[in-house]
Design a protein around this ligand. Sequence first.
Ligand code: NAD
Length: 260
Amino acid sequence: MLKGKTAIVTGSTSGIGLGIAQALAAQSCDVALNSFAADAQSDALVKEIAAKHGVRCLFAKADMSKPADIVAMVKDVEKAWGKVDILVNNAGIQHVAPIDEFPDAKWDQIIAINMSSNFHSTKAVLPGMKARKWGRIINIASAHGLVGSPFKSAYVAAKHGVVGFTKVTALETAEFGITANTICPGYVWTPLVAAQIPDQAKTHNMSEQDVIKKVLLKEQPTGKFATTEEIGALAVFLSSDGGASITGTAIPVDGGWTAH
Ligand code: NAD
C-alpha cells in the first residue's frame, strides 16, 4: 500500500513507535527508526525490519530535546532516500508528581521532547513535502491531549499543545496535499507505562496491581490496554490514499476513555 514512500518515526526503538514503524514497513514503506543513541538493539531492529518486510530501514540518531539534532536527522534521511513522505512524531517521556513538587528541569524536558520536537521536525520536513505536494504528518499525543489527570502537569500541557499544533499544521498545509493528524492513545502497555507504575503507586499510596486496575484502566471502559498494533494500523490508514481528506483531527484510540 505504501511502496515507494519513506517515513521517519521518532522514538521508534520500543513501544508505540516501534509498532508504527513495523506496521508501515509491513505496507512496504521504507522506515527510518530513531532514538537518542544507536546500540546493539537498534542495529538488530534495522536488520530485522529490512529483512522481514523487504524495505529499506536505517537508524537516524537524534535527541528529540535538541532542535539541531532533529534538523540533522531530517537532512540525513533526505540525503539517504531523497525525501521524507511520512513523519510520525512519537518520541515522548513521562514524569508523575504533584505540581508543587514537579522538578523544573523535568517540566522543560517534557515540553521539549513531547511538544517542541514536533515543531522542529515538522518545520524541517515541510519544504520537501510542499514541493512534492504530498505528505503525512502524524503526531502521537495521548488521551491526555484531550483531558487532564492529576500529577501529570507537564505531560498534559505538552500533549494538549501537540493537538493544537497539529490543527495549525493541517490548516497551513491542506492545499499542498499534506495531512496532519494527532493520534490520542489511551493506555497502551509499553515500557513508558510500566516505568510509571512504581511512582504512581507511591503517589496514590496503592499497590502496583491496584494502580493498573484502579488508576490506569479505570479510565478505559474496555478494561483493556490498547495495543501498539492498533496504533500502527491507524497510522497506516492515515498514511494511505484513503486518509487523504482526514486532516486536523485528534483521533482517540482509548477504549472509550474520552467518551466520558
Ligand atoms: P516508550 O518509552 O516505549 O518509547 C518511547 C520512545 O521514545 C523510545 O524509543 C525512546 O528511546 C524514545 N525517546 C525518549 N526520549 C527521546 C529523546 N530525547 N530523543 C529521541 N528519542 C527519545 O513509550 P511509548 O509508551 O511507546 O510512548 C510513545 C509515545 O506515545 C509517547 O509520545 C507517549 O507520550 C505516547 N503515549 C503513550 C501511551 C501509553 O500508554 N504507552 C499513551 C498515550 C500516549
